[in-house]
Write a protein that binds this ligand. Structure first.
Ligand code: S3P
Length: 189
């Protein structure tokens, strides 16, 4: 980003654990930038014609990871020709080496939305109670903490880390826009 001829940024990828706010922040960030928003999980569901929970239930996690990788490949293929996009990954997408390799080749900025594991767990439990949101990998609190510890080193490989504990969505969006050096369109629409 410091080069004299910076390449145009076609997409921003938000990564992080379940409950990190990837979709909520992603939508707000896209709106601020005047970009499109896409949730990788939505593309998987459309391609497979099944809900994420059904893919896990009918075919297991390995099949879900295959579908996730294929959906990411398709998404990245269209990135340079289409309009700019903010993309929210599912919590496990940035942990698969095959996906990391695809992203390295695409050279897109990745943002890790960070939060304490207790906050993440509380958010997921709240979403499950109030919105009926189903997450196949949200099992016991102990499993949740263990998975978080295992994945955190991967998330830390993202280009930027953004703290989210105790922050409002718009505050997070402002920090991300500034970190990326993008023009802030706040108040212009
Ligand atoms: C997953 C997280 C989910 C979804 C799938 C697997 C994971 O997305 O992709 O259930 O492995 O952590 P969210 O992070 O949006 O909940």
């Amino acid at each position: 980003m410091t080069s004299r001829h910076p390449e145009k940024m076609h997409a921003i990828i938000l990564v992080g654990f379940m409950g990190a706010g990837k979709s909520t922040v992603g939508r707000a960030l896209a709106q601020r930038l005047g970009w499109m928003f896409e949730d990788l999980d939505d593309r998987i569901e459309q391609r497979e014609r099944q809900k994420i929970t059904e893919i896990f239930g009918n075919a297991g996690e390995a099949e879900f990871r295959r579908a996730e990788h294929e959906a990411l490949k398709e998404l990245l293929k269209g990135i340079r020709s289409g309009s700019e996009k903010v993309i929210a990954f599912g919590g496990g997408a940035f942990v698969q080496q095959s996906n990391i390799s695809l992203l390295d080749a695409a050279n897109l900025p990745t943002i890790f939305l960070d939060a304490s594991v207790e906050e993440l767990l509380a958010r997921c439990q709240r979403q499950s109670e109030t919105q009926g949101m189903e997450r196949p990998l949200l099992r016991t609190p102990e499993d949740f903490r263990q998975l978080y510890e295992k994945r955190r080193p991967y998330y830390l490989q993202a280009r930027f880390r953004q703290e989210t504990d105790g922050k409002e969505v718009q505050e997070i969006v402002t920090s991300v826009v500034q970190a990326l050096g993008l023009p802030d369109r706040r108040g212009t629409r």
